[in-house]
Design a protein around this ligand. Structure first.
Ligand code: AMP
Length: 188
């Protein structure tokens, strides 16, 4: 059983590490970014509403995200644990999650903050833009996403520190080293 939240800026490696760990622990990997990108591709109402925000590097409004998370965590497969990647992204999402977990009689075991300096993130995201062709990975949008991270997402680090579940990890090292550290953390 494991319930983990991945914090950290865009490009820190949350998606990569969350996926690997979810497989290892046999729990669902819940990425709001992935859910939104699929919605966008499928041109669902959610995708259409989210598109402009995502392309501008802004957060999608909470009302589009909160129901989605409530539904996902209420699904059967999330009973035995989960890994959240990209949610919560601001203080109001963090307090929503707190209340939701109380309702579900669950607690989060770890909030993992992957720390990476901005200039490294910038380089990684520009490289990803070339490789994956993501529409929110151009230079201006990347800059905005980093700003949004510092303004809106970084404040939730304190929220999890206060709950004594915060673990900070240096994300500026090879993928395998971060994975190894995480394995030891969650499996010990
Ligand atoms: P990500 O793949 O997690 O970096 O998310 C890509 C984009 O999706 C973000 O830049 C936001 O526009 C949007 N997004 C993902 N998760 C959230 C969230 N929890 N709250 C608001 N917007 C989100």
């Amino acid at each position: 059983m494991a319930r983990l939240i991945f914090l950290g800026p865009p490009g820190a490696g949350k998606g990569t590490q969350a996926k690997l760990l979810a497989e290892l622990l046999q729990v669902p990997h819940i990425s709001t970014g992935d859910i939104l990108r699929s919605a966008l591709k499928a041109k669902t109402p959610l995708g259409q509403k989210a598109q402009a925000y995502m392309n501008a590097g802004e957060l999608v409004p909470d009302d589009l995200i909160l129901d989605l998370i409530r539904d996902r965590l209420n699904q059967q497969d999330a009973n035995q644990g989960w890994i959240l990647d990209g949610f919560p992204r601001n203080v109001s999402q963090a307090s929503f999650l707190d209340t939701l977990l109380q309702e579900l009689n669950q607690t989060c075991d770890f909030a993992i903050n992957l720390e990476v300096p901005d200039e490294v993130l910038m380089a990684r995201l520009l490289e990803r833009a070339q490789k994956e062709g993501r529409s929110d990975d151009n230079e201006d949008t990347i800059r905005r996403r980093l700003e949004v991270y510092h303004n809106q997402t970084e404040p939730i680090i304190g929220f999890y520190r206060d709950r004594s579940v915060l673990t900070a990890i240096n994300g500026d090292q090879p993928v395998e080293s971060v994975t190894e550290y995480l394995k030891q953390l969650v499996c010990s």
